[in-house]
Design a protein around this ligand. Structure first.
Ligand code: HEC
Ligand code: HEC
Ligand code: HEC
Ligand code: HEC
Ligand code: HEC
Length: 187
């Protein structure tokens, strides 16, 4: 074999394959945290959705009042917890920690599970007011002891539903599509 043939037929393809493999592995390993499904950070107070939204059937909107009225669903202020915990389960260590923070006027530093980068615009209102269930995007939160991310925050996930939202909408809905123009989500 001529030395040049050897470079063209073996060394180059093997080198190219090695470079490609490295790029793919590095890309996969370093992909942003917000893409990972199942991300479930430990919270400073072990708040259980299963106990509150499941067993005790407290409506999502009782605590996440913003979901229908503003861009952000919001996480409830301690005052909302104290509506009940000023009288309920006051002997429990977690509730005593909660009460101490409340008396000091300090918020609980909850860790975010769903957070888009600043260059993306999301608004809960058009979704919630069209009748799309919280569970479509967030999973069966009322069964979760600790909130675990159910949807990867990739652009493709938004667009897949925007192109055909029928499965997520209540029967009889007149909505046929969500926005696909860049400005809707990048403004
Ligand atoms: C169409 C998908 C979708 C639906 C439906 C939806 N959410 Fe969200 N939710 C998101 C996304 C995306 C984020 C991240 C938003 C951001 O970072 O700006 C989010 C964030 C949140 C947050 C974090 C705080 C905040 O406001 O950003 C809470 C709490 C929340 N959602 C609760 C709810 C509840 C309760 C419902 C039902 C009433 C609901 N969501 C319906 C997609 C959805
Ligand atoms: C509408 C009433 C109500 C509200 C509002 C409420 N809770 Fe509770 N919470 C309960 C009840 C009832 C239990 C006990 C459930 C059981 O043991 O079956 C409980 C249990 C708990 C526990 C478990 C205590 C233990 O160790 O047994 C924690 C922690 C907790 N709540 C935190 C919170 C936080 C944080 C908030 C605010 C975001 C909140 N709760 C809001 C009614 C409420
Ligand atoms: C008693 C108040 C309460 C109720 C009821 C409640 N939540 Fe929450 N929710 C919280 C608190 C406090 C947090 C922040 C701590 C955590 O992540 O567990 C939270 C966090 C979340 C998050 C993660 C937000 C983020 O990005 O960090 C989602 C999604 C969510 N709730 C959805 C729901 C849905 C859906 C329901 C109804 C099935 C619901 N919640 C009912 C208090 C409540
Ligand atoms: C499960 C389906 C579904 C998912 C997932 C979803 N959307 Fe939507 N979205 C819709 C529908 C349906 C509409 C149209 C609402 C209408 O026209 O009444 C909409 C509307 C919007 C609007 C309002 C557009 C306008 O014209 O003002 C924005 C912004 C938006 N979505 C952003 C997002 C982003 C960002 C994501 C991903 C993080 C996302 N959506 C995920 C179904 C979805
Ligand atoms: C329905 C909402 C939606 C629409 C419409 C949309 N995007 Fe996005 N876009 C997103 C979300 C969500 C992300 C965040 C993904 C991420 O974290 O990288 C994103 C990220 C991006 C990024 C950054 C990618 C990266 O790797 O960080 C670019 C560039 C982009 N979009 C361009 C566009 C262009 C161009 C259009 C119009 C053809 C468009 N987008 C339409 C939701 C949308």
């Amino acid at each position: 074999m001529h030395p040049h043939d050897r470079v063209a037929r073996i060394v180059l393809p093997v080198g190219a394959a090695a470079v490609l493999t490295t790029v793919l592995i590095v890309g996969w390993v370093t992909q942003p945290d917000r893409f990972v499904v199942g991300y479930a950070p430990l919270q400073p107070i072990p708040f259980s959705h299963r106990l509150h939204a499941g067993d005790n059937k407290i409506p999502c909107l009782y605590c996440h009042t913003g979901a229908q009225r503003s861009r952000h669903a919001g996480v409830p202020a301690l005052q909302t917890c104290m509506n009940c915990h000023a009288v309920t389960r006051m002997d429990r260590p977690a509730i005593q920690k909660l009460t101490a923070l409340y008396k000091e006027g300090r918020p609980v530093e909850w860790r975010r599970v769903y957070l888009l980068p600043d260059h993306v615009y999301f608004d809960h209102r058009p979704h919630v007011n069209d009748g799309i269930a919280c569970q479509t995007c967030h999973g069966e939160v009322q069964t979760m002891e600790r909130v675990s991310r159910a949807m990867s925050l990739r652009m493709g996930n938004c667009l897949r539903c925007h192109r055909d939202p029928s499965a997520a909408l209540p029967t009889g809905s007149k909505v046929v599509r969500g926005a696909e123009n860049c400005y809707a989500c990048h403004r």
